[in-house]
Design a protein around this ligand. Structure first.
Ligand code: ADP
Ligand code: MG
Length: 322
């Protein structure tokens, strides 16, 4: 069964909202939103195209989950708290069962991260999903990519490599155990945006980025925008267990370094704030590992356990769905 645009919005996307700052939500020409006082707006938009950013015929609820989670990760990287989002949906046809599953996935994540759908647009065409997320940060406290200074230490949250391994699975390049398959499918469609971690890093991190293109590339973005370079200690990368079960240590390390889609945070911390960070790590509030140091020299250098310079290139890594 397929339905018209207004019924579609009413049935699948218009939920009564009791969300913070929503003066007017779905149903008018614009949403009207009130930012909490003393806060700045952080916003980010992303478009996902079927066959390019997610596989053709992927389950609708999981497409929605991934789309919103990946966008939330951008808020996390700035230290922003999620508030509101909009959804521009381009659909080849209005199939109720697809829309039902899509909206269920979407609102599941929205409830989990306390972000409210306040508007959007619906058009006909090849399946394309555009989400714009809005968050708030206390005045002047957004963590940018441009604040890293020589001597700052480089950290990552969690562990790295789940993204590369899940892509390898989707592309049929590995055949892991049944448990690992379900873990990796879960990680591909349900990445975990580091909202709490980003919040904790406000006032502590000098720069941050979420790892979507791979650690080496994303740390490179921090370095470029901060006008610095970095030393990375390859032996200290927190490599996900699942990688170590499916690949050699060397290949796993290089996935952790160059694979994308992990959505962990890479951040830098000035020396005088390291003690505060250490307390957070030791108390279990934040899972993070020191993996390097910011340098004056402009390049990113990878060092092995013997302190020898190694090239991050020269290892095949899986690439698709950029
Ligand atoms: P207009 O023609 O004024 O742009 P629309 O007919 O596109 O209005 O949308 C009507 C209302 O429904 C607006 O408030 C809009 O924000 C909302 N809306 C449209 N599509 C979606 C969607 N996919 N998800 C959420 N809200 C939507
Ligand atoms: Mg419109």
């Amino acid at each position: 069964m397929s339905i018209g645009e207004f019924e579609l919005i009413e049935r699948f996307f218009h939920r009564s909202l009791n969300a913070e700052g929503v003066v007017k939500g779905i149903g008018d020409d614009c949403a009207v939103l009130a930012l909490p006082s003393g806060q700045q707006l952080a916003l980010s938009v992303d478009t996902l195209v079927e066959g390019l950013h997610f596989p053709i015929d992927a389950p609708a609820d999981l497409i929605a989950e991934r789309a919103l989670r990946v966008n939330l990760s951008d808020l996390a990287a700035m230290g922003a708290d999620p508030l509101w989002f909009t959804l521009a949906l381009t659909l080849p046809s209005a199939e109720c069962s697809w829309l039902e599953a899509f909206s269920q996935g979407l609102f599941r994540v929205a409830a989990e991260y306390n972000i409210a759908l306040v508007g959007g647009d619906t058009t006909k065409g090849p399946l394309t999903i555009t989400l714009q997320v809005h968050g708030s940060v206390p005045n002047g406290e957004a963590i940018t990519r441009s604040g890293a200074k020589a001597g700052d230490r480089v950290f990552v949250t969690g562990s790295l490599g789940d993204g590369a391994a899940s892509l390898a699975l989707i592309q049929g390049k590995i055949s892991p155990s049944v448990d690992d398959i379900s873990y990796l499918q879960e990680r591909y469609y349900r990445p975990l945006p580091c909202i709490n971690e980003g919040r904790l890093l406000r006032g502590l991190a000098s720069a941050a980025i979420d790892i979507s293109d791979g650690l080496a590339a994303d740390l490179g973005h921090i370095c470029e925008q901060s006008g610095v370079g970095a030393k990375l200690y390859i032996g200290q990368l927190p490599v996900a267990d699942v990688l170590l079960r499916s690949f050699s240590q060397q290949q796993a390390t290089h996935f952790a370094l160059s694979g994308g889609d992990d959505y962990q945070l890479c951040f830098t911390v000035p020396e005088h704030k390291l003690a505060t960070l250490q307390i957070m790590i030791e108390s279990g509030k934040l899972r993070a590992t020191c993996i390097g140091e910011i340098t004056k020299e402009l390049n990113v250098v990878c060092l092995n356990r013997d302190n020898e310079v190694v090239s991050p290139e020269g290892f095949d890594h899986f690439k698709a769905y950029e």
